[in-house]
Design a protein around this ligand. Sequence first.
Ligand code: ZN
Length: 145
Amino acid sequence: MRLRSIGRWRDDEDPDLSRLVDPQWCDGESEELSEYLEYGTLLGVLLSGPDRCRLCDFGFPQTFVLTDGVYMWRQLLHHYVGAHKVRLPEPVASDMLNRLHELQDAKQDTAWWRDLCGTTLAPRHGSSLPKATPPGAPRGVGEAP
Ligand SMILES: [Zn+2]
């Protein structure tokens, strides 16, 4: 598996961050993409220390690396997109938004979960077993003989 690393502008060979800022970018799209970037699957935490924005003082005490299974990015990328309107080049932005919209439109299959739990879980200890009455003990009111 190969993940595409995006949002890098640390080295001289990396894209120039200031060229990606687009103040005219639609607020709704930048906010939606920012939220997508904020909550990916955590791949790991870099030991490089705090991750600070290069355009303001915002930052995280640690550098979290997230993925959606196709792309990987530092969590701080959501801040660049949401707060500074750093516009990710195509097809990255449309890939992410299309994936998000597909997931939002997906139908829920709740029967699958019920079937799985009903067929694969062991019975809870003692919950389905009749209570044993010690020999000679008086029966409780309403108990079957
Ligand atoms: Zn910033």
